[in-house]
Write a protein that binds this ligand. Structure first.
Ligand code: VAH
Length: 314
């Protein structure tokens, strides 16, 4: 049985539904700081939980007799940069609470890191699994600290912690809240609504990206992998493509020929994007637990536009 924090977020809302599908809806307890009109709340166990409340998290994990915790509640990069102290308190306070619950109750543990865990001094192309990590954002500091903390709970207490460094995630169910890569989601909504989009990230800015179905499969695959075969734990590089705004423009124009992309760069989020790698190397993930994404930019674009048309009632 699995407890998920941040279950109403961009990853959480799809991970919750996929896990309920796979393991049975009563075996996946979704939690978030607020309710919402979502199948996450209405189609299975849901509890209000502020991850900064250790006692409540421990109570829920005990009462539901979970054996796994998937900790997704966090502030993303752009929001964290605007509110660094709160980001530290939420991102690190929530994480250490979740790790303590996992230690106390001997739970398997998952939390995502990010390409944001790398910084300007990290090799930008084919960024290795093991390399220098000096991020220059609060979010990145949280992610590197989180990776170290999760590895510490594994080596010091034997908690079975596992994680992946996610790239920008593209999905149509729940929009991301306050990330730097959100442009890659907004562009699809705008393409269908207005046949045009103004990107806040500059042309030629490459970042790793992945379609949500590949991200959800990666989490399940990693968590089901044989722990003895893992040489790494927190956290594996995973990616499906390295793309810049103009790559999304070209892929969308194959479906919507008169789609137009323009630029109005937001210096705060551009600065964050420029500090991240252009493309990371996911070799260890494929070697150690068989990671293999299915969606490239064209296949993702086809599916994304198709699903969004339905969602937008077009
Ligand atoms: C963000 N979507 O933009 C998240 C993610 C790699 C990007 O960490 O902050």
């Amino acid at each position: 049985k699995i407890l998920i924090t941040g279950a109403l977020g961009q990853i959480g809302s799809e991970l919750t539904m996929a896990l309920r599908e796979k393991y049975g809806k009563n075996n996946v307890i979704a939690t978030d700081i607020r309710e919402a009109d979502s199948p996450v709340v209405t189609q299975g166990p849901f509890e209000i939980l502020d991850v900064q409340d250790y006692d409540k998290m421990l109570d829920l994990a005990k009462n539901y007799e979970v054996d796994t915790i998937m900790h997704l509640a966090a502030l993303l990069s752009a929001k964290a940069e605007n509110n660094p102290k709160f980001a530290w308190d939420l991102n690190m306070g929530g994480l250490v609470n979740a790790l303590e619950v996992a230690r106390e109750l001997e739970l398997q543990f998952f939390t995502p890191s990010s390409i944001g865990a790398f910084g300007p001094s990290t090799p930008k192309k084919d960024t290795p699994q093991d390399t220098i990590q000096r991020p220059t954002t609060m979010y990145g500091v949280n992610k590197v600290s989180g990776e170290l903390l999760c590895d510490y709970y594994y080596s010091r207490f034997g908690v079975d912690t596992r994680g992946v460094r996610f790239p920008g995630l593209i999905s149509y169910v729940t929009e991301p809240g306050g990330g730097t890569t959100d442009y890659a989601v907004e562009i699809y909504y705008e393409a269908l609504k207005n046949k045009s989009y103004t990107s806040y990230i500059a042309e030629g800015t490459y970042m790793d990206m992945m379609y949500m179905p590949d991200a959800i499969n990666a989490i399940i695959q990693l968590m089901e992998a044989d722990g003895d075969k893992l040489e790494h734990r927190n956290a594996f590089n995973v990616t499906a493509m390295s793309a810049a705004p103009e790559d999304f423009e070209k892929a969308i124009q194959k479906q919507i020929p008169d789609f137009e992309l323009s630029y109005d760069v937001d210096s705060v989020r551009q600065k964050i994007a420029d500090s991240w790698p252009d493309s990371i190397d996911a070799d260890c993930a494929s070697k150690e637990w068989g990671f293999k994404p299915e969606f490239d930019i064209d296949k993702m674009t086809e599916d994304m536009l198709d699903k969004l048309k339905t969602k937008l009632g077009q």
